[in-house]
Write a protein that binds this ligand. Structure first.
Ligand code: F6R
Length: 623
């Protein structure tokens, strides 16, 4: 989260930065700021609130500087205040930094810097970077004169400071001591450098600089770039030293529409591909010394241990994330958990007591029924914990605590990346509750957290080869109805798979726990009827296989989502879509991805608009 933009060139940079920030606002908008070199000093202006507020403030300043950096923030460490807004400065105000990412060892770095006399003004993790660079610059100063620090010295100072950081970063740094130069670096957060006729630019996303350049280089992890009016150079950084490297500019001829889609043909596909990043961002900083950390829950461990019932309330896809969470919370934390669609919950007079934790899950954070259910639960004395993707949304404001899924703005109406963000966040909640109540040891939590993190790379594996998904989709696209089945976590995934299919392809789909087939839905099956089964490695795998044989005997066309290495399933299913091996508890994170792609492929074959399906809206603000 957070957006960065920087420009150094021949012309005043103020408007370029503001226009760039406006395009990055989808990455966060709780505060914004700029640092511009002006007459040998850094002019820093920061404001709480969105970019238009900052633009208004900047209108009162006479800023002619031609080199600057800017930032729009989505708070992680420190509240969304003006003091915590970026850019952050070193003690002497001669270094300014904007940063996207999380510095995991910032607490110890902060203490260390304070011991050496640094005065840090904000609560952010970012500020330590400015101070570490300052120390490195001063180290260089001993060997020479600060004011004659060369651009290469500046790059080296940044590189040495970065070698102290644990975590993720994309950052841009300027110094009044080295006019006209921006140093940019990245590790696990995106950063694009551009070469423009009027100068050089850097941004978190190409859309922020596309008006100025079409020749870009996507910085890779561990690389540092030095930008000047005349162009930029790239270095490989290791152990604080920098070695110049060759790089090739890529010419993009995207229009803004394609650029916003990141080169994908639709937002749905772009957002499906963002899911590994969402998992990683959602987990970043959530374990410290083997303990799960969700400070936003704002409950002491005594209060956590008093919880004797959990009610998850949500709608649609968010409700399906809740079904997955029920299995996790009951399985790991042993707390009775109910999941209910908010539109039912709010009119039912449910049993809620002060020891009930209500978890409200909503991507948009403004679904009318979910909000009404939150209000009802709070009147009844329950603590409400919101899980949402939208900063400052009504669900966030009206809940006692909130965890933000790190999906960034989701544009396609069908939820994909926000769903995986919800499932990942709810899994963290289950682990926290289990650990706090002594149901899981620190060692078990560490292992589970690591496996949860590993799902990101496994989702990447699924995304790398979609040929089996496309073949299955082609063979089902003409059907008029389909049945999705699974057991346990697979049943929850089946519900989500069916919803995705019907909402974007308009192909009717039902979903059932596989064991329920014989109680009615099996009557649907005739020759060629598509049955999509979640048949991954699980304690009920054999039962699912038996259900599939029953469907096969009646002529069903079976598409199975199965675990790599399962050869048996090939004799039953016409199409097998393999996913990497993962523990059953976390299998929904992997198994739902091929179903998203399956639904999209069918929708495209049926000529549907996958980003804006008919009759639907991204936020359902009426009941
Ligand atoms: C389906 C979908 C919807 C939403 C539902 C709840 O892809 O996106 O089913 O999940 O409308 O919306 P939120 O999560 O915003 O409360």
């Amino acid at each position: 989260m957070c957006g960065i933009v920087g420009f150094t060139g021949k012309q005043p940079v103020k408007d370029v930065l503001i226009e760039g920030l406006a395009k990055l606002e989808y990455r966060g908008y709780d505060s914004a700021g700029v640092a511009i070199e002006q007459s040998g000093a850094l002019e820093v202006i920061r404001r709480r609130g969105n970019v238009s507020g900052l633009a208004h403030t900047l209108g009162h300043f006479d800023l002619e500087g031609t080199c600057g950096i800017a930032h729009t923030r989505w708070a992680t460490h420190g509240r969304p205040t003006e003091t915590n807004a970026h850019p952050h400065l070193s003690c002497d105000g001669r270094i300014a930094v904007v940063h996207n990412g999380i510095i995991e060892n910032f607490v110890e770095l902060r203490e260390e810097l304070a011991r050496r006399g640094h005065d840090l003004a904000s609560d952010t993790d970012t500020e330590v970077i400015a101070h570490l660079i300052e120390e490195e610059v001063k180290g260089i100063e001993k060997e020479g004169d600060f004011d004659s620090m060369s651009p290469d010295d500046f790059v080296r100072a940044v590189s040495r400071a970065l070698s102290r950081l644990v975590g993720s970063y994309a950052l841009a740094v300027i110094s009044s001591a080295v006019p006209g130069v921006i140093v940019a670096a990245r590790k696990d957060s995106p950063l694009i450098i551009g070469s423009a006729p009027a100068g050089s630019c850097v941004a978190s996303d190409i859309i922020a600089i596309l008006d100025h350049t079409r020749d870009v280089f996507a910085l890779e992890d561990g690389q540092i770039a030095k930008l000047a009016e005349s162009g930029f150079e790239v270095y490989a950084a290791g152990d604080g030293e920098c070695v110049p490297i060759e790089f090739e500019l890529v010419h993009v001829d995207w229009n803004m529409d394609i650029a916003e889609k990141g080169g994908y043909s639709d937002f749905l596909l772009k957002e499906i591909h963002e899911q590994p990043r969402v998992i990683r961002d959602t987990l970043a900083g959530r374990i410290v010394n083997g303990s799960i950390v969700i400070d936003e829950l704002d409950l002491t461990s005594e209060e956590l241990n008093l919880i004797d019932r959990i009610n998850i309330i949500a709608c649609g896809t968010s409700y399906h994330a809740g079904l997955i969470a029920k299995n996790l919370i009951e399985g790991y934390a042993r707390i009775p958990t109910e999941v209910e669609v908010a539109s039912e919950f709010r009119y039912r007079n449910p049993i809620i007591t002060p020891t009930t934790l209500v978890v409200a899950v909503s991507q948009s954070g403004e679904t009318a029924d979910t909000l009404a259910a939150i209000r009802d639960a709070r009147v009844k004395g329950a603590k409400v914990f919101g899980i949402t993707n939208v900063l400052g949304s009504p669900v966030a404001r009206e809940s006692d605590g909130v965890i933000y899924t790190k999906a960034n703005k989701e544009i396609s109406v069908a939820s994909t990346k926000s769903f995986l963000g919800q499932v990942t966040s709810l899994t963290l909640l289950a682990l926290l509750l289990a650990q706090s109540r002594g149901e899981l040891t620190t060692g078990q939590v560490k292992m589970l957290f690591r496996e949860l993190g590993d799902t990101a790379a496994k989702v990447e594996e699924i995304l790398a080869d979609t040929s089996a998904i496309d073949q299955a989709a082609a063979s089902c696209a003409d059907a008029s109805s389909a049945l999705f089945i699974g057991r346990g976590q697979g049943a929850a995934v089946a519900h989500e798979g069916a919803l995705k299919l019907k909402e974007i392809s308009y192909l009717h789909a039902e979903s059932y726990p596989a064991g329920e087939m014989k109680h009615g839905p099996i009557a649907l099956i005739n020759e060629g009827f598509p049955v999509i089964a979640i048949a991954t490695d699980s304690p009920t795998y054999d039962k699912v296989v038996s259900n599939l044989k029953e469907a096969q005997a009646r002529g069903a066309k079976i598409v199975a989502i199965a675990t790599e290495g399962d050869e048996q399933i090939r004799s039953i299913a016409e199409h097998v879509i393999y996913i990497p091996k993962v523990r059953d508890a976390f299998s929904p994170i992997l198994a739902s991805v091929p179903l998203q792609l399956f639904a999209r492929a069918i929708a495209l074959l049926r000529g549907c608009d996958v980003d804006q399906p008919r009759n639907l809206a991204k936020s359902v603000t009426v009941e």
